[in-house]
Design a protein around this ligand. Structure first.
Ligand SMILES: NC(=O)c1ccc[n+]([C@@H]2O[C@H](COP(=O)([O-])OP(=O)(O)OC[C@H]3O[C@@H](n4cnc5c(N)ncnc54)[C@H](O)[C@@H]3O)[C@@H](O)[C@H]2O)c1
Length: 336
C-alpha cells in the first residue's frame, strides 16, 4: 500500500487525489496548496490532513508517492520546487505535464530522480487507455511492420488570455509528441509553421513536419482554436504491413492490415468502458501506483520524467523552427 499526497489543489490536483482514493494499492494521506483556503477545502473534501508547505507535509506524513499538480507560468513553472523537495524527502513523484516550461529545470529534476534511484513519472494520460494499448499491441505483434509515417493531431478550444506566446506549444503538445515517440521512437528533426488565429496574440495553431531517428516521417497538427464537443485527438501510424488509427484517446482504435480487406476495431465498451476524460487520469495514476508498488525500477516507469523531458525538447525545437521561418531544427541541438 502506497502512502500518497498531492501538491497543488487546483482542478487537476483534485483529479489526482480522487484517483488515489480509488486505487486499491494507494492511500491518500494528505494534500497541500500554498493558498490556505484551497488546502483546507481539499483536505475537508477528501477527509485528510492539509498543509500549505510541501516540506511540512513531507516531514509530517512521510509519503511514498507525491503528485505534483502545480501550474504557474506557461502552466508549468511551479513544478520544479515541490518536485525537488519531494525527491529530497525520498518520495517517488508523478508530475503533471509539461514536466517544466524550462528545459534546464526539467533536466535537473530527471537527473535528481535518477541519482536518488526514485521513480519519476509524468501524467501522459492521453495514451493510458485501452485503445492506445490495443494499438501498441498490434504494433508489437508486427501487424503494421516496419514504420513509414505517423500523423498526429490534437486540438482543443482554449480562448482565455494566456501568459506566453508559446503556451499552446508547451502546455498542449507534451501529450501529442509523447504519443508519437511512444509509437515511433525518438524524433531527430522538425520544421514548424504556426499561425496566430484571428483575434489571437499567441501562436495558437501549428503544423510540424518531423523525421524520426529510425527514418520514418511524421506530422503533428495542433490547435487551441477549435471549440470542444467534437473529437479532439487522432493518431495514425503506418508501416509496410498495415496502418492503425486511434481516435480520441479511448474511443476507438482501428487496424487496417495491408494483407486483408477486413479491418479490426477496438470500440470503447458501454459497460465498464471509459466514461470521460477523468478516466484517463485514473488509468495513468493507477498504472504509476501499480508500478511503484510492484517494485518497478525507475528506468522501467512508463511515461517517465525522461520521456517528459524528451517531449519538451522536441517542443523547444519546434519553437526554434517557428522563430526561424520553418527552418529544419535538429532536436539534439536543443539544450534550452
Ligand atoms: N494531463 C492533463 O490532461 C492536464 C490537463 C489540464 C492541466 N494539466 C496540468 O495540470 C497542472 C495543474 O493544472 P490546474 O488547472 O489544476 O492548475 P491551477 O493553477 O488551477 O492549480 C495549481 C495549484 O497549485 C498551487 N501551487 C503552486 N505552487 C505550489 C507549491 N509550491 N506548493 C503548494 N501549492 C502550490 C497553486 O496555489 C494552485 O492552487 C498544470 O501543470 C497543467 O499543465 C494537465
Amino acid at each position: 500500500m502506497q502512502r500518497t499526497v498531492v501538491v497543488g489543489m487546483g482542478p487537476i490536483g483534485h483529479r489526482h487525489a480522487r484517483a488515489y482514493t480509488e486505487s486499491p494499492k494507494a492511500e491518500l494521506v494528505a494534500v497541500c496548496d500554498r493558498v490556505p483556503e484551497l488546502a483546507k477545502a481539499a483536505g475537508e473534501k477528501f477527509g485528510v490532513p492539509y498543509f500549505t508547505k510541501a516540506t511540512d507535509m513531507f516531514a509530517a506524513m512521510a509519503p511514498d508517492i507525491c503528485s505534483v499538480t502545480t501550474g504557474g507560468y506557461e502552466y508549468a513553472s511551479d513544478h520544479y520546487e515541490p518536485t525537488m523537495q519531494a525527491f529530497e524527502a525520498g518520495c517517488h513523484v508523478l508530475g503533471e505535464k509539461p514536466i517544466s516550461n524550462d528545459l534546464k529545470c526539467a533536466l535537473e529534476m530527471v537527473e535528481c530522480a535518477e541519482k536518488k534511484g526514485l521513480c519519476y513519472g509524468i501524467d501522459m494520460n492521453h495514451r493510458f487507455t485501452p485503445a492506445a494499448r490495443q494499438a501498441k499491441k498490434w504494433q508489437d505483434e508486427g501487424k503494421i511492420g516496419s514504420l513509414l509515417f505517423c500523423n498526429m493531431a490534437l486540438w482543443i478550444g482554449k480562448f482565455m488570455p494566456l501568459d506566453s506566446v508559446y503556451y499552446h506549444f508547451k502546455a498542449l503538445n507534451p501529450h501529442s509528441v509523447n504519443i508519437m515517440q511512444y509509437f515511433c521512437g525518438p524524433i531527430r528533426e522538425v520544421a514548424t509553421f504556426a499561425m496566430k488565429a484571428p483575434g489571437r496574440d499567441i501562436w495558437s495553431t501549428q503544423s510540424t513536419a518531423m523525421r524520426f531517428e529510425n527514418g520514418a516521417v511524421g506530422h503533428l497538427t495542433s490547435s487551441y482554436d477549435i471549440r470542444r464537443g467534437h473529437p479532439m485527438e487522432r493518431c495514425e501510424v503506418a508501416g509496410v504491413d498495415g496502418r492503425f488509427v486511434f481516435e480520441d484517446m479511448w474511443r476507438e482504435a482501428t487496424l487496417y492490415s495491408a494483407h486483408t480487406l477486413v479491418k479490426e476495431v477496438y470500440t470503447n465498451p458501454v459497460f465498464d468502458g471509459f466514461e470521460g476524460f477523468y478516466d484517463t487520469f485514473r488509468d495513468r495514476i493507477h498504472f504509476f501506483v501499480d508500478q511503484v508498488d510492484s517494485g518497478a525500477k525507475p528506468e522501467e516507469i512508463d511515461g517517465s520524467g525522461r520521456e517528459g523531458l524528451e517531449a519538451s525538447r522536441v517542443i523547444h525545437a519546434m519553437i526554434r523552427s517557428n522563430e526561424n521561418g520553418g527552418a529544419v531544427v535538429k532536436v539534439s541541438e536543443i539544450t534550452e
